[in-house]
Write a protein that binds this ligand. Structure first.
Ligand code: THU
Length: 137
């Protein structure tokens, strides 16, 4: 991705973050997915009084992407933003869900609200991911 795409992803995630539903943690997170044609799909975290039912921003964005019929092969970038000292890092569950749909080389932008960000890849976020199941023996 070029710097323009990176900035577009960060700004989109930042905007989506404002829609987070976080009455319990008060910790808002936004995510954005960039497709080859420039289209952006966003997500925010959505909590529940039964805490374990919380959906992270990253998974909200991915589930929207898939349920709205976009082709995950067209995805060229992913971003996540939250108010952390260092750029926020996605939880293990979200990394696994990302690896279900995206290439290992997908560029992932981790950002915070102070303008700090880093660009990494899905491969670096989830090495040795669980990928295949075998037939019953
Ligand atoms: N959260 C995300 O949405 N994404 C992350 O990468 C880390 C954590 C959410 C889940 C919960 O609503 C809140 O942040 C605190 O963990």
């Amino acid at each position: 991705m070029n710097i323009k795409d990176i900035n577009k992803l960060i700004e989109s995630a930042k905007k989506a973050r404002l829609n987070a539903y976080t009455p319990y943690s008060k910790f808002k997170v936004g995510a954005a997915i960039l497709l080859k044609n420039g289209k952006i799909v966003t997500g925010a975290n959505i909590e529940n009084v039964s805490f374990g039912l919380t959906n992270c921003a990253e998974r909200t964005a991915i589930f929207k992407l898939i349920s709205e019929g976009y082709d995950p092969k067209e995805v060229i970038g992913f971003s996540v933003i939250g108010q952390t000292k260092e750029p926020i890092s996605p939880c293990g569950a979200c990394r696994q869900v990302m690896s279900e749909f995206f290439s290992k080389d997908l560029e992932v932008v981790l950002a915070n609200l102070d303008g700090k960000y880093l660009v990494t890849t899905l491969k670096d976020l989830l090495p040795y991911s669980f990928e295949e199941i075998e037939d019953e023996r």
